[in-house]
Design a protein around this ligand. Structure first.
Ligand code: NAP
Ligand code: GLV
Length: 316
């Protein structure tokens, strides 16, 4: 009697962009014991069913001929979408995976630090001065959140939880308790004029690149503050500096930059009214992210629908 050969194992290849991929590969393998999980290496001819990647090398896709899906180890997909030879299979991004709470926390601290004048108090106390400034009125600090997706919605709700007036702007209409929502290009100016503290949580697409420029930032209420936690290419750097130096903007909190790491000598480094962090507002958490990817691979293998599929036409 002839035996039917066992089907080849379903294979997952990881190109994580990490200097030490081993713990990522090991942990995904633990989530998917019935599958074969391997780290990608440059001379790899291994054919994979699924790719899990972040900032993958250019040649990665050309050698792959049986992919069922590509998983992005992050929320933003602009770099993947810009890659040549990106196979026409579902591209699935991380949704939340522990990033929304981090982003909300980061934005709330930046809003509160600005509105509660904590930089001023810090300077006072370092100079040995015990000085009380006037209590603030929250009504004077309306916050506008651009992007009301998985991360932006949580950010807007968290800021509204501190009783600041909050507006939100997205491509399509939204309804969020405690948030006045604006939609589309027609309502963008009204949204900007209603905003003093602008928070950017948009994806980077052809329609959002350079969206924070002299014209749009000039429409914010006087003495505004800009918080960019999305992508550096949303912001025209020189326009931000000019508006800070003219006094129209009071400050900026920037987590993302056109070139990362921010190049030495860039004017942002030393600007007295810019606070910088090194792209850390919402980190990719290994266990939560890999569990989400593993669950989605198992859904695909079972023929079930998966959340987080990127719409390539929209670019997010
Ligand atoms: P998402 O769920 O896809 O949400 C995107 C939001 O942006 C949606 O509300 C969408 O509107 C809106 N939008 C897209 N194009 C627009 C346009 N042209 N005009 C107005 N609104 C537009 O994305 P997410 O998961 O919240 O992530 C957002 C971004 O955060 C990512 O793409 C990434 O760049 C960034 N990020 C940064 C970090 C960090 O550490 N700094 C970490 C994670 C993510 P609709 O709702 O109408 O579709
Ligand atoms: C990080 O910036 C991400 O897009 O996940």
């Amino acid at each position: 009697m002839t035996r039917t050969p066992a089907p080849p194992p379903v294979r997952v290849l990881m190109a994580t962009g990490q200097s030490r991929p081993e713990p990522w590969v090991r942990e995904l393998a633990e989530c998917l014991p019935q599958l074969e999980v391997l780290a990608w290496t440059p001379d790899d001819a291994v054919q994979a069913d699924y790719l899990v990647c972040w900032g993958p090398p250019a040649g990665l896709f050309e050698a792959q001929h049986q992919l069922k899906a590509i998983f992005n180890l992050g929320a933003g997909v602009e770099s993947l979408l810009a890659m040549p030879n990106l196979p026409a299979v579902p591209l699935i991004r991380l949704e939340d995976a522990g990033m929304a709470v981090q982003m909300a926390e980061y934005v709330c601290q930046a809003v509160i630090r600005f509105a509660r004048q904590l930089d001023l108090y810090e300077a006072d106390t370092r100079a040995g001065a015990w000085t009380l400034h006037k209590p603030i009125s929250r009504a004077l600090y309306p916050v506008g959140v651009m992007g009301l997706g998985v991360l932006g919605k949580r950010v807007a709700q968290a800021v509204a939880g501190f009783d600041y007036p909050v507006a939100g702007w997205a491509r399509t209409p939204h309804q969020i308790d405690g948030v006045r929502c604006y939609a589309g290009a027609d309502q963008f100016d009204d949204f900007l004029r209603a905003t003093r503290v602008l928070v950017n949580v948009l994806p980077l697409t052809a329609g959002t690149e350079n969206i924070m420029n002299a014209d749009t930032l000039g429409k914010l209420q006087a003495q505004g503050h800009v918080i960019n936690v999305a992508r550096g290419a949303h912001l025209v750097d020189a326009d931000l500096i000019a508006l800070l130096d003219s006094g129209h903007l009071a400050g900026a909190t920037l987590d993302v930059f056109r070139t990362e790491p921010l190049p030495p000598g860039h004017p942002f480094w030393q600007h007295p009214r810019i606070t910088l962090t090194p792209h850390t507002s919402a980190r990719t958490l290994r266990s939560t992210s890999l569990q989400q990817i593993a669950d989605n691979i198992l859904r695909m293998e079972a023929g079930q629908p998966v959340p987080g599929i990127v719409d390539r036409q929209r670019g997010y």
